[in-house]
Design a protein around this ligand. Structure first.
Ligand SMILES: NC(=O)c1ccc[n+]([C@@H]2O[C@H](COP(=O)([O-])OP(=O)(O)OC[C@H]3O[C@@H](n4cnc5c(N)ncnc54)[C@H](OP(=O)(O)O)[C@@H]3O)[C@@H](O)[C@H]2O)c1
Length: 187
């Protein structure tokens, strides 16, 4: 398969990319890292990315910022970081990417445990992650041409088994899973 990995140079990306590279053609992307440059918070940048790389069989996103701060210090701007950089960025990856993904291809987005099991200070992460999960549940109902979409929702990666994270990605990319919130390190 030809697989796009956005954020391949990050903590999660560095775990999954070498494994996927063993069996697939991988194109890595990031703002300042990877084979191709992209800022997923910009639709124009996403369109430019696909114009360069063409059709892919799978698009994986392991990127997206959100803000950690106690509730009384949160502001519109801090919430908007997660909305723009993690939620809308990944929604736009899917909307733009649908024009460039193969029949029966897949999208694998990223959320995180805080979307379902928040801790104090995590409301900025919780709203972004929860909304990404909700988007995937809804979007899976309308994917055309056999295309699938799932989201990986990990605990802190230092608390989880690397193998579980890798298996989560393999489930999303290589099985028939669709509309799944793939929880890693929690239930
Ligand atoms: N690490 C964890 O324990 C953990 C747990 C649960 C969920 N998550 C979620 O997983 C995602 C990745 O986490 P991480 O720890 O691997 O992050 P990270 O180490 O900061 O890596 C993020 C990667 O994404 C790229 N990136 C960031 N913003 C981008 C943008 N706007 N456009 C394109 N590329 C972008 C970065 O490369 P450039 O700098 O070159 O752009 C980098 O390669 C985040 O959404 C995080 O909330 C992480």
């Amino acid at each position: 398969m030809k697989i796009l990995i956005i954020g391949a140079n990050g903590h999660i990306g560095k775990i999954i990319t070498p494994i996927l590279q063993q069996r697939h053609e991988i194109i890595t992307a990031g703002r300042n890292s990877g084979d191709v440059s992209v800022d997923i918070s910009s639709v124009a940048s996403l369109e430019n990315l696909f114009a360069q790389i063409g059709t892919v069989d799978a698009a994986v996103c392991a990127a997206g910022d959100s803000i950690t701060s106690d509730l009384l210090s949160m502001t519109d701007e801090k919430y908007f970081t997660g909305v723009q950089q993690k939620l809308l960025a990944q929604i736009n990856l899917v909307i733009t990417g649908l024009k460039h993904i193969s029949d029966n291809g897949s999208f694998t987005l990223i959320s995180g445990k805080m979307g379902e099991h928040p801790t104090k200070g995590s409301s900025g992460k919780a709203v972004a992650n929860g909304a990404v999960n909700s988007f995937v549940l809804a979007a899976a109902l309308e994917m055309p041409r056999g295309v699938r979409i799932n989201v990986i929702s990990p605990s802190k990666i230092t608390d989880i088994a690397t193998e579980d994270l890798i298996n989560g990605y393999l489930k999303s990319i290589t099985t028939s899973a669709n509309g799944g919130i793939i929880r890693i390190g929690y239930n």
